[in-house]
Design a protein around this ligand. Structure first.
Ligand SMILES: [Zn+2]
Length: 125
């Protein structure tokens, strides 16, 4: 077996997960809260959301018809996104993920504020 890099392991659930072809389309659907079409037909179900060391996130999906697993990498927060979150927090509001169409509260994990739906880190306490 090839040695795995520790950089993007995505946890045990991500092992063996396949890359998807049209990442950008799936990303848009995911953030819009829509159902995601599986490359195998049918739809994908979210299995796990993994925050990565570098502040990005990975969503692991399972195809409902084939049980194959797919991974969708989500980019780390941009400066603009981090500022948006910081501004809300400074105004005394609960921090929300700036990407989803429906507001998602960020969760505090250690010193970081992470979105549980995309795994991306947006702020530090
Ligand atoms: Zn999010």
């Amino acid at each position: 077996m090839a040695k795995r890099s520790n950089k993007h392991t995505s946890g045990p659930l991500g092992e063996g997960a396949l890359p998807v072809k049209d990442e950008e389309t799936l990303r848009q659907l995911y953030y819009a809260g829509a159902q995601l079409p599986s490359p195998m037909g049918g739809f994908l179900e979210v299995l796990h959301v993994q925050p990565e060391e570098d502040g990005s996130g990975t969503v692991i999906f399972e195809c409902l018809s084939s049980s194959l697993r797919f991974r969708l990498p989500l980019k780390a927060a941009t400066r603009t996104e981090r500022k948006k979150v910081r501004d809300r927090m400074d105004a005394g509001m609960d921090p929300e993920c700036p990407r989803h169409e429906e507001g998602r509260r960020l969760h505090r994990v250690g010193r970081n504020f992470i979105c549980s739906a995309c795994g991306v880190r947006y702020a530090k306490a």
